[in-house]
Design a protein around this ligand. Structure first.
Ligand SMILES: *Cc1c(COP(=O)(O)O)cnc(C)c1O
Length: 384
């Protein structure tokens, strides 16, 4: 943990907050000092003391403490976005000549970032979710294995314990984007991963009202990412947004439980529809992936499915007919959302990238599954 101020770090310390029931927002860019000597001493320990908010801030620090505890990690650093967190990991831990293995379907912008890294002499390869494939892809220059499980399009899963063990055997840093599950449904550090990264924008924030990210892991690694990627990259989470994430965290267990319940009803419903070719959700993979019963403690509300009769016209008609499910990017908030990777000119490109073009993705919100199913039912009636 950051040893900034133990009292402040241990959640709601009513003594330092005058009895306040929620964490105060320290909306300040800098902290002042009574003497110049104290100021210069604090500057020597900018990552441990309150000097400047592009360093540590008390409100953000409470959030970092809580996220580290939830993930069972030693330390956490929060960022202004999930991508800010991800790019800081690469910027801090990789250098010219290094090789990265990306495993399982990776979030689009992260994939683009991998392309950008080539400019700095960092090469990469993308593989599927088979640990055997991983062994074969490892080169002497491989410094990092980066994965997501479940993925966020086809929701494919990976045996995390096996993957982490292979990485460890080859002395390679293992990183996982754990946004899909949140630390409540999956704790990859306990399965051997070195670093987990989150977009706080999704379930953890939970209300579609902020953008944020977090990196959690061993203290020495996080300190390195703090010093280079965070302080020099400058992707700062605002104290007010940290407050909103803290507020979101308070209801995360009950929200996730309801997302899971709603999603399970919708998965069952979609599987009865003639117009649906296939449903993708990790709850359907427990037979084919027996490791899931130990690896995941629950399944959240991100679902995708393929239409039997696809094409841009049919996909558009279905999506436009939905009313409760709003059209938009992102996921994990109160409101149900729908999207598709399909555009009017990219079907072949999607296929080449391993995605079925007629894929529709739902972020199942908290409205109540009867209403959600009713909305889906009337949209199906327009295409069959
Ligand atoms: C949204 C998302 C990100 C990026 O997070 P931002 O907060 O939007 O920068 C990274 N990974 C996954 C899996 C995501 O869904």
């Amino acid at each position: 943990m950051l040893q900034v101020d133990k009292k402040i770090c241990t959640d709601i310390d009513t003594e330092s907050y005058h009895g306040a029931a929620s964490v105060p927002v320290y909306q300040t860019s800098l902290f002042t000092f009574p003497t110049f000597r104290e100021f210069t001493e604090a500057q020597k320990k900018e990552r441990e003391q309150y000097v400047y908010t592009r360093g540590v801030n008390p409100t953000v620090n409470v959030l970092e403490y809580k996220l580290a505890s939830l993930e069972r990690g030693e330390q956490c650093k929060c960022f202004g976005s999930g991508m800010g967190a991800i790019s800081s990991i690469f910027l801090s831990l990789l250098q010219n000549g290094d090789h990265v293995i990306f495993m399982n379907h990776i979030y689009g912008p992260t994939k683009e970032l991998a392309g950008l890294l080539e400019k700095f002499g960092i090469t990469s390869v993308f593989i599927e979710n088979d640990p055997k494939e991983l062994e074969a892809a490892i080169q002497p220059e491989t410094k990092m294995i980066y994965t997501e499980s479940p993925g966020t399009m086809l929701m494919k899963v990976l045996d995390l314990q096996d993957t982490a063990a292979i990485a460890k055997r080859h002395n390679i840093t293992s990183v996982i984007d754990n946004t899909w599950s949140t630390p409540l449904f999956q704790k990859p550090l306990t399965l051997g991963f070195d670093i987990t990264v989150h977009s706080l924008t999704k379930y953890i924030g939970g209300h579609s009202d902020l953008v944020g990210g977090a990196v959690i892991g061993r203290a020495d690694m996080i300190d390195h990412i703090f010093k280079d990627g965070f302080q020099l990259g400058g992707s700062v989470l605002s104290p007010h947004d940290a407050y909103l994430v803290l507020r979101g965290l308070r209801t995360l267990p009950v929200r996730l439980e309801q997302h899971e319940t709603n999603a399970s009803h919708i998965v069952d419903y979609l599987r009865t529809k003639q117009a649906v070719k296939q449903v993708h959700h990790p709850s359907l993979y427990t037979d084919s992936a027996p490791f899931l019963s130990e690896q995941m403690l629950g399944f959240s509300g991100l679902i995708s499915f393929e239409l039997e009769e696809g094409g841009f016209e049919n996909v558009s008609r279905f999506i436009d007919s939905l009313d409760l499910f709003k059209i938009g990017v992102s996921w994990g908030g109160f409101e149900s959302l729908v999207t598709s990777p399909l555009k009017d000119d990219n079907a072949e490109q999607l296929k080449a990238g391993g995605l079925p073009p007629d894929l529709i993705r739902l972020s199942v919100g908290l409205e109540g599954y009867e209403m959600q199913i009713q909305d889906l039912e009337q949209a199906f009636s327009t295409i069959s």
